[in-house]
Ligand binder design. Sequence first.
Ligand SMILES: [Zn+2]
Ligand SMILES: [Zn+2]
Length: 121
Amino acid sequence: MSFAGGCMCGAVRFRLDAEPLRVGWCHCTSCRRHTGAPAAVFVDCLKKDVTFTKGRPAFFASSQKVRRGFCAACGSTLSFEHDDDRDEIHLHVGAFDRADLFAPNTEATHTNEKLPWFPQG
Ligand SMILES: [Zn+2]
Ligand SMILES: [Zn+2]
């Protein structure tokens, strides 16, 4: 199976060639800032299963061990990578062409930072 995705302007495109490891909500404040959304949903993938087929993300190091990927042309939020999980890349669900295929299937993380009015997760 294969799942394609990319940024809003099309400068960055990627393809996932396997089922993701897991899909889950993140309620941390950093994800909120990076996405502008009340919470993020990550599609956690093995790096070896993900190919950037067009362009590459630009990165912002939001902490010493974390780099967050985005499109330098249009600003779309794309990815999260942590030094402690070097084999993994976490792609934002909204970057996939078929986000509808990736319903969250694991525990939400950082629920202690969840917005009090958030409806679920
Ligand atoms: Zn773009
Ligand atoms: Zn987060």
